[in-house]
Write a protein that binds this ligand. Structure first.
Ligand code: GLN
Ligand code: ZN
Length: 764
């Protein structure tokens, strides 16, 4: 029996790699210095895994930016516009674009890695795409580890996943047609690393977790049959993760590979299907992904051992590996770095395991399965059992009042009093807004001064009073600015918020925060998701102070600003001891109470942001309906407690709406603001085809760029929107919050935005 890990986080325990890469970009350190730091990160990763008794350790799981981008380099899949560049300059230009020394190349696209919050670089394909092999990275890393006495298993992305995750950049072909061209390059790769003495190669094909067409399944068969005929000694590990093999199981189980990896965290039920499958073979090694690579809870050893026992009835120990469910890329580094404080107490800490702790879990499970008499392992087992038992009963987690409230929810709790058309009339009366009302999405520039002052408050260098006074000032300035520029529905600016989830998590019961729990989101960007460990409840108001202060400064309506339940859930580590839907409902109730408090405090407009609704969609379509049902319901619970003339807004960015428009409509927000400006209003099509009845603010100003849109540009976009939608339903607003912008461009852009709305009014 062997212990194995599919991949290890690579940003460095203290985000050293992130910082070094950013310094390299700023030309503060040389390429040599950067390479030295990245080698250190790799070395430490390997040694940590070795010290934790992991038998099969990965290499080539490291990356300076993204592993799909690395694969583009390995396969020579480099778009024409980068061909004149070399080395790291080319690499980072592909990732981020480059605009210097007369050069102006746009970056490759970036998109979400399955249902995670990690983003990968999207490979670009042309019709006459050529591939060529570059094994430098793989070979270098293999040799580095070998020098430490570690014979690694290199990890690569398989051809089908690589092709399917990419995009055709020309019409007239399908990227799967490139398979015949890409296979010889993979073949060369296999032969070359085989000649170095690589014993096992892990080939990741997580597309096996998706709904695949017949044609795609056949491509998988063809690929692995091809590989099995290559004359090499190395053995292939086929790794699928994030969901079941599902409909792809019949195909996958017959593939001529040596090791077959299962994600038993996301899909425990598939174990029985596999063990009883007519094609199940005792010759193949099963890699049992029992330790969760996507979450931060300690393993349940009892449960994992049950899975392992089941397999030992059918397979001898040589054919069983104990594994992480997927790469630890999605887990923070090391729980030991966290000193217990008010953010994360000792009680909560005993239920957590980050990457380093999970390594021990894997090797302990192996010992428990192979040498049941081992004393050390047994005492760890007992500790684990105790921790899991007290987690099940802990008062810290279980709040009867919250549970009762969730149980007692009825349909009327997710139902506004009247239907939209009636509410719309009442709101028109109460708010008395002009046609094409103007507003913003919530945040105004978070200047350096603001971030510094917040940092000072954290360090205790300024008092709460001084900080509050400072924020009050910023808020007032922003209210005055919005009045002057002539916006119709104002916002307070969100200056008091660090982050749209953290701000709420910090005030809700059931959340814990880490100091070093960083996870790579893309490139050098890392996030530190809150940990939802217990029943969620709201002890007291969270935003009323700032919103009502802002409202007290002006006669114009100020919009209360909240983050929605699905987004809070989606951007946190979520407890695994109850369905996500239950946790989501708990958050929804907390937000509902906040909405009511805002209403009572005189706020007539309240926005509940749900930018993450779409990214929560399950990988397989058959699971979509269930998810959308509870997600929409949670939003409605949060938003339905108000009077008819209180106007509920929601905001969603980076979304395709086509396949979920029905659910968006079911959310029944009075106004939805969306991101459309970069797509030239294309994203509106879904709303148009559906005849979306409620009011809608298609973003007319791309806040992702410092560029100031002209009045004419904005008006053109609004004209387009009017061609598509009833003009009485159209709002005028930017794409998203302005927190990443600077004041000068924000001012000019909003001036133009207001002017364009006025001009539209005159035209009607
Ligand atoms: N209200 C938030 C803001 O303006 C919305 C952010 C988002 O959509 N990501 O910053
Ligand atoms: Zn947004």
């Amino acid at each position: 029996m062997k212990s194995t890990v599919l991949g290890y986080p690579r940003i460095g325990a203290q985000r050293e790699l992130k910082k070094s890469i950013e310094n390299f970009w700023k030309e503060k350190i040389s390429e040599e210095e950067l390479f030295k730091i990245s080698k250190d990160v790799r070395t430490r990763n390997w040694i940590i895994q070795k010290e934790a008794d992991i038998d099969m350790i990965s290499s080539n799981d490291f990356s300076h930016y993204d592993h799909i981008l690395d694969m583009c380099i390995t396969l020579g899949c480099i778009p024409e516009r980068f061909k004149n560049l070399k080395g790291l300059q080319q690499y980072f230009a592909m990732a981020r674009g480059q605009q210097k020394e007369g050069l102006d190349v746009t970056a490759m696209e970036m998109t979400k890695w399955f249902d995670s919050n990690y983003h990968y670089i999207v490979p670009e394909f042309v019709k006459h795409q050529e591939f060529s092999l570059n094994t430098k990275k793989i070979v270098t890393e293999w040799k580095e580890a070998l020098a430490l006495g570690i014979k690694t298993k290199p990890v690569i992305v398989g051809p089908i996943t690589f092709l399917l995750l990419g995009k055709e950049k020309e019409k007239g072909f399908n990227r799967l047609e490139l398979l015949d061209k890409i296979l010889p390059v993979y073949e060369k790769l296999l032969k070359e690393i085989d000649s170095f003495g690589v014993e096992y190669l892990q080939i990741d094909e997580p597309v096996l977790s998706l709904d695949l067409s017949k044609q795609e399944q056949l491509a998988i068969v063809k690929t692995y049959q091809h590989f099995s005929k290559i004359n090499v000694r190395l053995k292939i590990i086929l790794a699928n993760y994030f969901d079941c093999y599902g409909d792809n199981l019949d195909v996958a189980i017959n593939l001529p590979v040596d090791v077959f990896h299962l994600d038993l965290v996301r899909c425990p039920l598939q174990l029985d299907d596999i063990l009883s499958h007519p094609s199940f073979s005792t010759e193949k090694i099963l890699s049992l992904g029992v330790v969760d690579g996507r979450n931060i809870w300690i393993n349940d050893f009892e449960r994992s051992l049950k899975y392992i026992e089941k397999v030992t009835e059918k397979l001898d120990n040589q054919h069983i590996w104990i594994a992480s469910s997927c790469s630890f890329l999605h887990c923070p580094y090391d729980l030991d770095l966290e000193n217990t404080n008010k953010k994360i107490g000792l009680d909560v800490k005993q239920w957590l395991a980050f990457s380093k702790q999970k390594l021990r879990e894997i090797s302990t499970l192996k010992v428990l399965a192979t040498t049941p008499g081992n004393e050390d392992a047994n005492s760890i087992f007992n500790e684990n059992k105790k921790a899991n038992q007290n987690r099940r009963k802990s008062e810290l987690i279980h709040n009867t009042l919250v549970k009762e409230r969730i149980d007692k929810l009825t349909n009327s709790d997710s139902q506004r009093i009247s239907q939209f058309s009636d509410r719309q009339l009442l709101q028109k009366e109460t708010l008395d807004l002009p046609l094409f009302p103007t507003t913003t999405i919530g945040s105004f520039p978070q200047t350096k001064k603001i971030r510094q002052t917040r940092a000072k408050l954290k360090k205790g260098e300024v008092t709460q009073e001084v900080y509050d006074e400072f924020i009050r000032n910023e808020t007032e300035v922003t209210i005055r600015f919005q009045e002057e520029v002539g916006l119709d529905v104002l916002v307070h600016g969100e200056f008091e918020r660090n982050d749209m989830v953290e701000y709420f998590g910090e005030q809700l019961e059931g959340f814990a925060f880490t100091q070093y729990g960083w996870v790579q989101s893309y490139g050098t960007r890392c996030v530190k998701p809150p940990i939802i460990y217990g029943d969620v409840s709201r002890e007291k108001e969270m935003t009323v102070k700032w919103s009502s202060y802002a409202q007290s400064l002006t006669k114009k309506p100020v919009k209360g600003m909240l983050t929605g339940p699905v987004t809070i859930l989606q951007w946190s580590f979520v407890r695994d001891d109850q369905p996500r839907s239950v946790t989501c409902n708990q958050i929804a109730c907390a937000i509902r109470d906040e909405v009511k408090d805002l209403e009572n405090a005189g706020l007539k407009v309240i926005q509940i942001d749900e930018p993450a609704i779409r990214e929560g969609l399950p990988l397989r379509k058959e699971d979509w309906k269930n998810y959308l049902n509870w997600a929409v319901k949670a939003f409605r619970i949060s938003s339905s407690g108000v009077k008819d003339d209180t106007q509920i807004h929601t905001h969603m960015c980076y979304s395709e709406f086509n396949d979920i428009i029905e659910s968006i409509a079911e959310m029944d927000a009075d106004v939805i603001t969306i991101e459309t400006s970069r797509s030239e209003m294309e994203l509106l099509d879904a709303f148009v085809d559906f005849k979306y009845p409620n009011e809608i603010g298609p973003g007319v100003y791309d806040i992702h760029s410092p560029r100031v849109p002209t009045q004419k540009e904005i008006e053109n976009l609004l004209d387009k929107a009017c061609d598509l939608l009833p003009y009485e339903n159209i709002w005028v607003n930017p794409d998203c919050g302005l927190k990443t912008r600077d004041w000068p461009e924000t001012k000019s852009a909003l001036e133009n935005l207001v002017k364009s709305a006025r001009s539209m009014r005159e035209k009607m």
